[in-house]
Design a protein around this ligand. Structure first.
Ligand code: ATP
Length: 400
């Protein structure tokens, strides 16, 4: 007698690629060769792989900027392989590396593109534009009437995301959206985007060639080889813990433990405490707090509780008689609690007192992360990953 195992209900498949193939004219090989892939509703699926393996071609076939040579694209249960491509594109948001904003249109007009095509009335479009700009942390009054060239790279990228969300599409395609951005802004945009996604829950196909970005952003990652052949399609945890083959192992590269730090958020660990004083306190009070602690500096908080200064014993000696927020140094290594442990580690490596200060979304001090806590997080993640792999093996779900 066979027993039906108790399993969770199957998640809805939003995008199904069936034996999808592309051969560009005049070429000898298929750029994408018989790719079959299910993408579940509300998930971020990252396509990652070496240059030229077919990631962009695969993505562009989903909204038919590139027409497939053969195979099928099923969107929400509907075969859209040969339906009207313009209508299809209005249902799919699209973000690319250089934003693709229209340079001669204002940010507001850019964001309004799809709502206009959908024939919305002017007042609905106006309020939607303002809502979208606020969603991507851009003050509508400040940015609505600017032109793309009057924005920084990061702001342009935010506006690109707002525009892609314009018609409230179920699906978003993002082709290296943060690729051309400096690392600090990139990290911030990634975190902002994950927060936004936790609210809007779109089905997202995200292309990158950066495995660290894939691990951070993906609910699931498809590691692709030439011809978009799937080397492994799995959660980031599984890919790090149980790479399917040597290609995946090589692609992940060294430091799988460190990469796992991208899977945990600062808010998931217990923060360490650090001695603090208020900016209104005296240098003498700060001295006292410092002496009673086993630390080499105190953190000065402003009246809102936001980190204002690091003040060490030397600073206190030199700064006698001055207000605390005028001496010492401005804290640089600061992350929000939704940042990943990997972000926190990156900051603390360069930090003066070897800790990263953690703040809430209003910038108020919550505690600090130090190297001990990072170590502890790595240890516990390794333990749970190994335990899970053992359970799966015992259940017969995987082979050794
Ligand atoms: N228009 C085209 N005509 C001919 N060949 C093309 C065309 N576009 C892409 N290719 C080829 O198809 C293959 C896949 O290209 P694709 O751009 O999808 O790769 P990718 O994985 O996105 O690469 P990258 O990470 O470098 O952007 C490559 O060999 C590329 O040279």
């Amino acid at each position: 007698m066979t027993q039906t195992p108790q399993t969770a209900p199957e998640p809805e498949v939003m995008i199904r690629l069936e034996n999808l193939t592309k051969r560009f004219s005049g070429t000898q090989r298929n750029a994408v060769d018989g790719l079959t892939l299910d993408i579940h509703a509300g998930e971020i699926v990252v396509l990652v792989g070496p240059s030229g393996c077919g990631k962009t071609t695969t993505m562009k076939m989903i909204n038919r900027i590139i027409e497939p040579t053969s195979g099928r694209i099923i969107l929400g249960g509907e075969d859209v392989t040969t339906t009207n491509a313009d209508q299809l594109r209005r249902r799919i948001g699209y973000v690319i590396q250089q934003t693709g904003l229209f340079p001669h249109l204002t940010i507001g007009e850019n964001v309004a593109t799809v709502p206009k095509l959908l024939g919305w009335d002017a007042s609905r479009i106006r309020s939607r534009v303002d809502e979208l700009l606020s969603m991507v942390n851009m003050d509508p009054d400040e940015y609505r009437d600017r032109y793309p060239k009057q924005l920084s790279g990061g702001q342009q990228q935010r506006a690109g995301v707002a525009r892609a969300l314009g018609g409230d599409p179920q699906v978003m395609l993002m082709d290296e959206p943060f690729g051309a951005i400096d690392p600090i802004t990139r990290e911030r945009l990634q975190n902002e985007f994950l927060r936004l996604q936790s609210e809007v829950r779109k089905t997202i196909v995200f292309v990158t060639h950066d495995i660290d970005e894939a691990i951070k952003m993906g609910d699931r990652i498809a590691i692709l080889q030439e011809g978009s052949s799937i080397a492994q399609y799995d959660t980031p945890e599984k890919i790090l813990t149980a790479p399917a083959n040597d290609f995946v192992r090589d692609f992940i590269g060294g430091g799988a433990s460190l990469k796992r730090l991208s899977l945990s958020r600062v808010r998931d660990i217990e923060l360490a405490s650090w001695p603090t004083v208020s900016a209104a306190d005296s240098v003498e009070q700060a001295h006292r707090v410092l002496r009673e602690s086993d630390h080499s500096a105190v953190l000065v908080l402003d009246t809102e509780g936001r980190p204002a200064r690091w003040v060490g014993a030397d600073d206190l000696r030199r700064g006698a008689g001055q207000p605390l927020d005028q001496i010492g140094t401005v804290p640089q290594a600061v992350v929000e609690s939704r940042a990943t442990l990997s972000d926190a580690l990156n900051e603390l490596i360069a930090a003066r007192y070897a800790v990263t200060v953690v703040v809430d979304q209003d910038g108020r001090h919550q505690g600090v992360v130090d190297i001990e806590q990072i170590n502890e997080a790595i240890r516990s993640m390794r333990h749970s990953a190994v335990a899970e792999a053992r359970t799966e093996f015992a259940d017969g779900r995987t082979t050794p």
